[in-house]
Design a protein around this ligand. Structure first.
Ligand code: BG6
Ligand code: MG
Length: 213
């Protein structure tokens, strides 16, 4: 089956916001009296804000009321947005824009498939919004990756079958979601972390759309 559509995760794939999420969560955990490391942070990638908070609290052995949880999640997001609001087009990861351009010129359909509720502001600030035929983000889904909902909705919005889609992901949970949706999964990162991907590449400078259609 020919592949006509590309679905991109956002954080850690198109922009380096995965680092901002880690910084903001770390600031929060330190206030709560514990710390998180990069290895634990890997398990938060692709996971929604509230599910991430639950995992973090569980990791630190902290129990909060639902009201406290909402307040802490808001604080984390305020800190995260301070970083996001400083973003400009130079923050798009190397090779991403050329890859999107090349895909467009081959008439490949392009959608975002992200768990983030902040996706619209990030796409706007970095100037890459015009490349997208559809944007499915945390405002449109109710189930976190590894559930395939975000990618199934992406395929639907583009009007293509699941088997026609290629997913680009930096999270283990995101690759699980892509495979659960019967899509070809390209891991952006290392094979140690993304052992479940169909192929793993370090970034977009090393690949062209032709390799995946
Ligand atoms: C995902 C990130 O893209 O979005 C997660 O990998 C993050 O780390 C999730 O928790 C939700 O993001 P936001 O911006 O809605 O808090
Ligand atoms: Mg990601």
């Amino acid at each position: 089956m020919a592949r006509h559509a590309f679905l991109f995760d956002l954080d850690g794939v198109l922009v380096d916001t995965a680092v901002f999420h880690f910084q903001a969560w770390r600031r929060l955990t330190r206030e709560l009296g514990f710390d998180i490391d990069e290895e634990f942070n890997e398990t938060l990638k692709g996971i929604s804000r509230m599910d991430s908070l639950d995992r973090i609290l569980n990791h630190g052995g902290v129990t909060l009321t639902p009201e406290e949880k909402t307040a802490f999640a808001t604080r984390k997001n305020d800190w995260y947005l301070e970083l996001v609001n400083q973003m400009t087009p130079v923050d798009v990861l190397p090779g991403v824009e050329d890859f999107l351009k090349a895909a467009k010129s081959r008439n490949i359909k392009i959608a975002l498939g992200s768990a983030s509720k902040n996706a619209p502001v990030i796409l706007e600030k970095t100037g890459i919004l015009p490349y997208f035929d559809a944007v499915i983000d945390g405002n449109h889904v109710s189930r976190s990756k590894p559930d395939p909902e975000v990618f199934l909705k992406g395929a639907q919005a583009l009007g293509v079958s699941n088997a026609e889609c290629v997913v680009f992901e930096d999270a283990y949970a995101g690759i699980q979601a892509a495979k659960a949706a019967d899509m070809y999964a390209v891991g952006i990162g290392t094979t140690e972390v993304l052992s479940n991907a169909d192929i793993v590449v370090p970034g977009f400078e090393e690949i062209t759309p032709e390799q995946f259609v």
